[in-house]
Design a protein around this ligand. Structure first.
Ligand code: PRP
Ligand code: MN
Ligand code: MG
Length: 179
């Protein structure tokens, strides 16, 4: 049903699964002996986070944060508003922020600075997708799944008008859907 709106698949379910296993293995190794706090950024991160934590052979805690960007090009400060904060005190904790995509980098730039201010012991970024061409702030993922071109992509957490997040792959919508 959903697939009829997709022009082409960019990253298949199998490719994502393979890559998630690789990232999970890397995190398992890099965080050995620690109990990181996995921070999901609502809502896009949910499918990736759910798969990723099940590939991490570690004690982990999970918490979620919801933020929204203020406007767009009019606001150059990249200010971000907290809609839902974490329930966890992050002071002294090792944080792994999980995202579906880094585009301008504003969301994660804000969160990294916030968690440093709150005295996290370490803050790393894991993103399924990275769109380097979209970047307006200097921000790099510590772990990423795939680079994507500067196109509007949906699926595996990414939405168009809150829909298509539950597609099991990443794809490009048919133009008639958003025209
Ligand atoms: C999207 C995406 C990232 C962010 C990336 O979230 O899921 O969180 O934008 O953009 P940036 O790098 O330019 O900040 P959105 O705000 O659309 O919320 P959603 O996750 O609920 O879709
Ligand atoms: Mn998001
Ligand atoms: Mg969105």
């Amino acid at each position: 049903m959903l697939e009829k709106d997709i022009e082409r698949v960019l990253i298949s379910e199998e490719e994502i699964h393979t890559r998630v296993k690789e990232i999970g293995a890397a995190l398992t190794k890099d965080y050995e002996g620690k109990t990181p706090l996995v921070v999901g950024v609502l809502t896009g991160a949910v499918p990736f986070l759910a798969d990723l934590v099940r590939q991490m052979d570690l004690f982990v805690e999970m918490d979620f944060m919801d933020v929204s960007s203020y406007g767009d090009a009019l606001v150059s400060s990249g200010e971000v508003k907290i809609i839902k904060d974490l329930d966890t005190n992050v002071a002294g904790r090792d944080l792994i922020i999980v995202e579906d995509i880094i585009d301008s980098g504003r969301t994660l730039n804000y969160l990294v600075e916030l968690f440093k201010y709150r005295q996290a012991n370490s803050v790393k970024i894991v993103t399924l997708l990275d769109k380097p061409e979209g970047r307006v702030v200097d921000l790099h993922a510590d772990y990423y799944g795939f680079h994507v071109p500067n196109e509007f992509v949906v699926g595996f957490g990414l939405d168009y008008k809150q829909m298509y997040r539950n597609l099991p792959f990443v794809g490009v919508l048919k133009p008639e859907i958003y025209q």
